[in-house]
Design a protein around this ligand. Sequence first.
Ligand code: GLY
Length: 535
Amino acid sequence: MVATVQPVATQAGLDALKAGGNAVDAAIACALTLGVVDGHNSGIGGGCFMTLRLADGRLLALDGRETAPAAATRDMFLREGKADPALSVDGALAVGVPGEPALLAYASTNFGKLPLSRLLEAAARVASSGFALDRHYASRLDATRPELARFPASRTIFLRADGTPWRAGERLVQTDLGASYRAMAEAGVDWFYRGPFAAATASWMQSHGGILTAADFAGYRIRVREPVRGTYRGWEIISFPPPSSGGVHVLEILNILENFDMKALGDRSPEFVHMVTEAMKLAFADRARWLGDPDFTPVPRGLIDKGYATELARGIQRDRTTPVSGAGTPPRAATDTFPREVGRHTTHFSTADAEGNWVACTASLNTSFGSKVVIPGTGILLNNHMDDFSVQAGVPNSFGLVGAEANAVEAGKRPLSSMSPTILLRDGRPVLSVGAAGGPTIITQTVLAILRTIDFGQDPRTALAGPRFHHQWRPDELHVEAAWGDAVVAELRKRGHVVVVDRSLGAAQAVGVGPAGSGFRGSADPRGEGSAAGW
Ligand code: GLY
């Protein structure tokens, strides 16, 4: 079973399964094809996290997050002492060393059955022959047009000769990207990290004010980490550890909510929104203080301690919102920390196979079209994940997130993420693979999908369809989907929440076990144009 945001990518995953591949091959096929048909969200110029539950029971977290270049410095985005947000969003300085190709190659070599070259070739065919743009892609293209137009190679691919963007239904052909995939199929990922692509990028960076070098590419390594693990009402939650904040805060929020009878509230009530929101605020205040790359900064394990969550839960009032002034102090904060080692943007996809391999993978260029930079002749869009660092204490990034020392820019460091590829186990058996796209809303969408699965017994489609809401502590705003309706919004305002109504929030995908505990059920987010398919 495969679930992605784009039917052509779902089909690529399914084709890999039909060709004798396993869920890991299917996930690699999805990632490579999404880089073509959903390239504004993710691609080989970006990074990804993959949570794996292998058929032999092993649990792994593969970290293909970008790293800051060796010449990166803490104040690199300041001009005259003040953060210049444009610098970390568009252009040369916004780019971190991409990690997705290295992660896909590692996953393929160690856990896949099909050669990576075959999956690259299949995705290359889609790039060279073109595909029809969906509405979402076309709308992102329209919104990002002025920034893309600044970079000639990007302009040539993504805009028509008269500078207007391609429209929904029109075919986007990416000849250079197809050729790059084929070059990598032939020469391996060294083509990317130690060969022509690294050289071309270094040379472009040098002439456009960037700091990325060929040595940065050659030095890139994925990290194989232990997933972060916890429980919610007896179900086991396996998610992504730092440098993602995702797994830690999915668990922290669930731990807080375990102190209340959520089922009794019903998942469509203002009480439900209120209680979950209060837990979200507490977790995001901790995120801003404590979270960063564990290879550079100690991240306390106590953030997912059940006793700590109970203490936080005691401060929640049922009838009104409680201001959260700052982070809490988790137990053993200085001594018990996550081990150092063992990017609506972004995209999540889930796969599972009959052998018992389950994959949850979230991939990203960060914001739409990443840095907007395509290295000429390669078709490869580069990420802007440097913006996920805290460019200056207290200065919000593109998602309005604030951070501190733990997430300051440092050479070789990974920027903090919210990506939360998560697998649920029940009685030791995998039952759900889920995750989402959309910056910090990734965490809250994932929490809601888990609550609806566990507390309300919903199948993946129903769990993803339920109306969403999001609070990230700062700014002090509760975002709710319009589907909640005026009555619920009025009730929330009565409790003191500053409510902002959005048309829709995020994009999550999930694969779960079938109703009788066998077979699979999958769902792309009903808000989008994706699909799930099984075989
Ligand atoms: N770029 C989105 C994230 O990693 O959180």
